[in-house]
Design a protein around this ligand. Structure first.
Ligand code: FE
Ligand code: FE
Ligand code: ZN
Length: 304
């Protein structure tokens, strides 16, 4: 039986770099992880230490983490859909990011397609295609994974048709794939109670061979809310059993599953919050909901 490949979003700090990210993932009992090459919300990036990357790779090898399952996420503030504001900056940043992913020895770069901000979906999509074709000239290896979006504001990519349109316009077809986010598709209007139907639609339009990874999140909002607020596993509107049916779906076997659920606040100290991933991974592996998730997380990290 093939092992479940599961991990979470982890930090990436200037001093500890990729080594720190691997160690954090191991602390959660994960066998993969996802990281940003700096802060997710800004574009300040420091040069990559090759020695540190080597050290991280041996650490991964020792602990059975296959680097091909590790995901990089591009900062969510770069917007390739709108060519009026900061378009050149966004393209140049993506070019540099692709080079960084190469230097880090990674393959998959998850990217939010972007928001058109009033110029219309069609123009937005053609801007994204133009930017991707330019940026992908920087590498023969890196695969851009377009993320399915919740459809908040003027976000592009909240339905499979739009993602297909983008993929159709990309010249280097083998360097573009999709990252499916369970919270985002819920908020976009896909009811995961009938996940087979969703996969059939995806297969028909884009092809299941184009799925690179799954972001596993519960959602604070109901189907079609267009909100994009992640909830802890089993504590949202999607629910534990439905999420399990996605995670263990035979057609998604072998794909990395990445948690991006919110940190849990310490009820006695509002300045503190703790990562839920160790406990969420446990309950996913056990296929059994942990009714004490919040308390278990707080107690574990408080007493560490
Ligand atoms: Fe994302
Ligand atoms: Fe996501
Ligand atoms: Zn999200």
């Amino acid at each position: 039986m093939e092992e479940l490949i599961i991990g979470s979003h982890v930090g990436y700090k200037k001093d500890t770099g990729l080594v720190g990210s691997v160690k954090e993932a191991l602390g959660y009992g994960a066998n993969t992880f996802m990281f940003y090459t700096g802060a997710p919300q800004n574009t300040n990036r420091s040069p990559i230490d090759k020695k540190q990357v080597e050290e991280a790779f041996s650490l991964m090898q020792e602990n059975n983490i296959n680097p091909n399952n590790v995901i990089v996420h591009a900062p969510y503030i770069i917007n390739l859909a709108n060519d009026i504001k900061n378009y050149d900056f966004a393209i140049n940043f993506l070019k540099e990011e692709i080079k960084r992913v190469d230097t880090l020895g990674m393959k998959y770069l998850v990217l939010h397609p972007g928001s058109h901000v009033g110029i219309g979906i069609e123009k937005g999509i053609s801007n994204i295609i133009f930017a991707l074709n330019l940026a992908l000239k920087e590498s023969e290896n890196v695969v851009i994974c377009l993320e399915t979006m919740a459809g908040k504001g003027s976000e592009i990519g909240s339905n499979f048709k739009e993602l297909k349109q983008i993929i159709d316009g990309v010249e280097k077809k083998n360097q573009v794939m999709v990252c499916l986010d369970t919270c985002h598709i819920n908020d976009a209007g896909y009811n995961e109670k009938d996940f087979d139907k969703i996969l059939d639609e995806f297969d028909e339009l884009i092809g299941l061979n184009k799925l690179a990874c799954i972001h596993v999140n519960d959602s604070k909002n109901e189907v079609g809310a267009h909100k994009d607020r992640h909830a802890n596993i089993g504590l949202g509107e999607i629910g534990f059993n439905t999420l399990l049916s996605v995670i263990y779906h035979p057609k998604l076997k072998g794909l990395p599953k990445i948690l991006e659920t919110p940190y849990i606040s310490d009820l006695t100290d509002e300045n503190k919050s703790y990562p839920p991933y160790k406990f969420e991974i446990e309950m996913i592996r056990n296929k059994e909901i942990n009714k004490c998730l919040v308390n278990d997380v707080i107690n574990y990290y408080k007493n560490l």
